[in-house]
Write a protein that binds this ligand. Structure first.
Ligand SMILES: [Zn+2]
Length: 390
């Protein structure tokens, strides 16, 4: 089953939206409000997403303990069913129609500072989403707005924003390396070599497709698993992909398989695989307290849940992309879960087992540049299809 982030967020409705249409004036609004939703992002950021039928023209203001988004020439949505996530700074959302302006007033548990430009995105429609204004913020000093006590937008600081654009950041982790060869095929092919080659090709293709990418390793070096995960954190990655190749006691076993992090393995085989991949470090996999201390601070169970949902969403898309590319799939579910140390971070991600080096035919394929290109093309498609913003 594909679980969308939105479905998850809807399960925790903390507050209701009040529509105050005073007076209910008739005007020919060019734009209309579709949905409002909130969520938690890595770094304990509150995310407010306002979806509209047309590209919104908006301004932001910051009265005391409120965030007011004023949309010009926009009609309210009287049947709005907001998706309010638990644990955000937003305690209530109200729509106020004033002439042809629609104000969306978010009551905040704590004051915030003016939202920096980098944390505001105006996204074009994609898939089943319309235009989205996405605002990310954390609790702040409220110095901008301490003197303001009313929600009157005219009395408060107003900032007009242009459309920000930023590149999504993907960290590509070639598994193993250095003293740790990973698994080795009968023909002598080493996992660490195959995945480094695929990682480099993938970096080139994703860079060309407009993503900002980083490799955890670009040569034959050994890195601890927690260190790999921390690179995702330090680069503020939107997606973390760990590339591997598999081995199975049955030499007949072939195909790719895709995994996300869970402290409980989805099946025996996934558990064994996580043990094998984690063995590189001989690290304890007993729980999240094993994080690097800089990572540990950023994690709450709620965030971990959100990250897990996003990871599963990516992984499902990746399985589809691999299947569409006619890459052989290992029998079993599309996506499995296990306690992979390398995936323990606040960055959504997946571990991709690209095929079995223990199978003679697949060892040959994994070594071939043409097949590596095919794998890379499928991964690029999966990244392009992933919905980075809610
Ligand atoms: Zn591996």
């Amino acid at each position: 089953m594909k679980i969308s982030r939105r479905t998850v967020l809807k399960t925790t409705t903390l507050t209701t939206i009040i529509v105050a249409l005073l007076p209910r004036v008739a005007f020919a609004a060019r734009n209309s409000l579709r949905t409002v939703r909130t969520g938690i992002q890595p770094g304990n950021k509150t995310r407010l997403v306002i979806e509209t039928g047309e590209r919104p023209s908006y301004s932001l203001s910051y009265p005391a303990n409120k965030l007011v988004v004023t949309l010009s020439n926009t009609a309210a949505n009287a049947s709005l069913a907001p998706a309010m996530a638990a644990g955000t700074l937003i305690t209530a959302i109200t729509q106020v129609q004033s002439g042809d302006k629609l104000q969306i007033i978010a009551d905040l548990a704590k004051p915030i500072d003016e939202i920096p430009r980098d944390n505001i995105m105006l996204l074009n429609p994609n898939g089943d989403n319309d235009y989205r204004l996405v605002l990310d913020f954390v609790a702040g000093s409220g110095v901008n707005n301490a003197a303001t006590t009313t929600a009157s937008a005219t009395a408060t600081k107003t900032t007009k924003k242009s459309t920000p654009t930023r590149k999504y950041i993907v960290v590509i982790d070639a598994g193993h390396g250095g003293k740790d060869p990973g698994c080795i095929g009968k023909g002598g092919t080493q996992e660490k070599q195959v995945v480094l080659s695929v990682a480099k090709k993938l970096k080139n293709k994703l860079d060309a497709a407009g993503f900002q990418t980083y490799l955890t390793r670009s040569n034959d070096t050994y890195l601890k698993l927690a260190h790999r995960a921390s690179i995702g954190e330090k680069k503020h990655a939107d997606l973390f992909l760990s590339l591997h190749a598999n081995a199975n006691p049955s030499r007949a076993m072939k195909g790719f398989s895709i995994y996300t992090l869970s402290e409980k393995a989805s099946d025996e085989e996934a558990a064994k695989l996580a043990d094998a991949e984690n063995a590189a470090d001989k690290i304890d996999v007993s729980g999240f307290e094993q994080f690097d201390k800089d990572i540990r601070i950023a994690l709450s169970s709620l965030q971990q849940h959100a990250v897990a949902e996003m990871s599963v969403e990516y992984a499902n898309g990746a399985a589809s992309a691999f299947k569409r590319a006619k890459i052989t799939q290992q029998p079993g579910p599309d996506v499995r879960h296990a306690p992979f140390a390398v995936l323990r971070s606040t960055v959504p991600g997946a571990l991709l087992e690209l095929g079995h080096l223990s199978n003679a035919a697949e060892e040959k394929l994994l070594k071939s540049s043409a097949h590596q290109d095919k794998l890379v093309a499928a991964i690029v498609k999966s990244v392009q299809a992933y919905n980075f913003d809610v």
